[in-house]
Design a binder for this molecule. Structure first.
Ligand code: SF4
Length: 347
């Protein structure tokens, strides 16, 4: 039932001779009250509850595993879909922020076709897009199981959100509805590896959500080796699009740059300086996590030198030293929840 927008829901109730307001009522049950079954919806008649139960299901996912980090209480959830696939979500507590922030990092696809060189999900290949209900249910189930309400959402778990554009934007809209989760547009971030056409569509449609785009190298040839998307959508074209059209007054834009041993030269710093109109973005710098990807993590001294060079050139950056973690998250354009955590921390 969570594939229905509020309009869809109201039309459905009209079609069975019920009043429009039933749509708002059921949104309230599904999202605000996070009901697990139609039988909990006690302001609906018994007959109506029976009819809904016969024709729809409340939950689209089933939680099969939950692990909690003993270091920082980050929680990882493994969900099973109705057709037997597995996806992950991560509930992250933000540190170092005055406001207590609880963020859910959402998956948008089973597997992913983009083949990024440092990514666990890439090894699965693409299996299928998640429906809006499966995206929204990650929030419903994490809230129900953890007993906590997130106030941030980042689309940067498994999959490339902009290759599942309609379902991702539909679920973001439902999260934002007053009668849905009522999460502010400023607290919803969509992260992409750089699907240029979808970024343009997002801008042209006036979508109000934050955007994060992974860059990770300043030279096209080198970027292509770690992010094959560069072959189809060169980052230079995305930069032109952003500099021409990005509505900085409406949306927040973060460019993510994962520092490796081989992408933090002084020339890289100068190329980054030239790339953007820097009053319009934030450059989020993260040191690569150790992993089985075969890329070298820079030493703390090398990373600090690169950060300093950018600061001297007045490039607006955010950078935090890496945080020790004892469970790994799903994905993101580098290594899971740390990426999500850094991006949401950057504004
Ligand atoms: S980093 Fe993201 S876009 Fe790249 S392969 Fe992994 S899931 Fe896909």
């Amino acid at each position: 039932m969570k594939n229905y927008t509020l309009d869809d829901m109201s039309s459905f109730f009209r079609s069975i001779g019920e009043k429009d307001y039933r749509g708002r009522q059921i949104f309230n049950w599904l999202y605000e009250k996070n009901a697990g079954s139609f039988h909990e919806m006690t302001d609906f008649s018994k007959e109506l509850r029976g009819l809904l139960d016969e024709n729809f299901s409340v939950d689209a996912l089933h939680c099969v595993e939950r692990s909690v980090s003993s270091v920082d209480q980050t929680e990882k959830y493994l969900f099973k879909t109705h057709d037997g696939h597995y996806i992950e979500s991560v509930l992250i507590r933000n540190e170092g922020s005055d406001e207590a922030r609880l963020t859910i990092c959402l998956s948008t696809q089973v597997g992913c076709a983009m083949g990024c060189g440092f990514c666990e999900t890439a090894r699965l290949g693409f299996i299928r897009n998640l429906e809006a209900a499966e995206i929204l249910d990650q929030i419903c189930l994490v809230r129900r199981i953890s007993g906590q309400r997130n106030n941030n959402v980042v689309f940067m778990g498994m999959g490339e959100p902009f290759l599942n554009y309609d379902n991702v934007l539909k679920s973001a809209d439902i999260m934002n509805y007053t009668f849905g989760f009522h999460i502010s547009v400023r607290k919803i971030t969509i992260s992409t590896c750089g699907i240029r056409d979808a970024i343009e569509r997002f801008i042209d449609e006036g979508r109000p959500y934050n955007l994060a785009i992974s860059l990770n190298d300043t030279l096209s040839e080198k970027r292509r080796r770690i992010m094959p998307v560069e072959g189809r959508y060169p980052f230079a074209e995305i930069v032109r699009l952003l500099n021409d059209k990005f509505p900085a007054s409406r949306n927040r834009l973060t460019i993510v740059y994962v520092m490796r041993e081989d992408n933090i030269s002084s020339e890289d710093a100068r190329r980054l300086k030239k790339m953007f109109k820097y009053n319009r973005i934030k450059l989020n710098l993260i040191s690569l996590n150790e992993g089985s990807h075969g890329y070298g993590r820079p030493s703390d001294e090398e990373a600090a030198r690169f950060v300093k060079e950018l600061e001297i050139m007045n490039v607006p950056i955010t950078f935090r030293k890496s945080l020790g973690r004892d469970i790994s998250g799903a994905c993101g354009q580098l290594s899971g929840k740390r990426y999500a955590e850094e991006v949401i921390h950057s504004w």
